[in-house]
Design a protein around this ligand. Structure first.
Ligand code: PGA
Length: 234
């Protein structure tokens, strides 16, 4: 499978810049599978005009009803969105979401035909038991994982300009991969996210157990993205 590049714009970009961004990314030539996660309000523009996969940055677990301010998987599907980020670190930090919430959203995505990109947040020095406990909670009552994309995101590397050492990333992603393979007999898709830059992206993508990377805030700058792709294609 081609490697995946998820672009999480967070709460960045103004409407005036949306079509410039879409057009610049449509000109990119790469074998990578790019998934753009813009703000909700631009999803329709991206779905209708971008050549790449489009995801939301969050979703609610109920299909419809009186949940002011929330968006459901059925609504996302109704406009052609295919993916959704779940459980991003900033959802926990600012909106107090837990792994139990992520589990509910994950079930909603699997039922609602949205491919979930599940963020596994951890401190870089978390021990293996802590990681597996988090995974077990997120995956409670989930029988198969082939439609799930996981993103290992050490919280101390997100938005910090401080990536983990390559061997540390490899060790943790390989551990997660083996743990999930033992449990589900499926090789999981695991991305790495957290201060991925021009300097480290090729080393990260070269890791066998890594299916791609997740780029945060800087990914709303098309120049930054095109430079990254140039670096990968070199
Ligand atoms: P960053 O964010 O690339 O800005 O470190 C990663 C993320 O949003 O998960």
């Amino acid at each position: 499978m081609n490697k995946i590049l998820v672009l999480n714009h967070k709460m960045n970009m103004l409407y005036d810049d949306v079509y410039d961004y879409i057009n610049q990314l449509n000109n990119i030539s790469t074998d990578m599978n790019i998934i753009i996660c813009p703000s909700y309000i631009y999803l329709t523009d991206f779905v209708n005009h971008s050549d790449w996969g489009i995801g939301s940055q969050n979703v609610y677990h109920e299909a419809n009803g009186a949940y002011t301010g929330e968006i459901s998987t059925t609504q996302l599907r109704s406009i052609g969105v295919e993916y959704s980020l779940l459980g991003h670190y900033e959802r926990t930090k600012y909106f107090h979401e837990s792994e139990v919430d992520t589990n509910q959203k994950l079930k909603a995505c699997l039922e609602g035909n949205i491919i979930p990109i599940v963020c596994l947040q951890a401190q870089s020095n978390d021990d293996k038991k802590t990681l597996t406990n988090k995974l077990d909670t997120i995956l409670e009552d989930i029988d198969h994982i082939e439609f799930i994309i996981f993103a290992y995101e050490p919280t101390d590397a997100i938005g910090q300009n401080k990536t983990l050492q390559i061997d540390q990333i490899e060790e943790t992603c390989t551990f997660i991969s083996e743990y999930l393979q033992n449990k589900y007999h499926t090789r999981p898709n695991i991305l790495y996210g957290g201060s991925v830059t021009n300097d480290n992206i090729n080393d990260i993508l070269a890791i066998d157990t890594i299916a791609g990377t997740l780029i945060g805030e800087k990914s709303s700058n098309y120049q930054y993205v095109t430079n990254l792709i140039d670096q990968i294609e070199k």
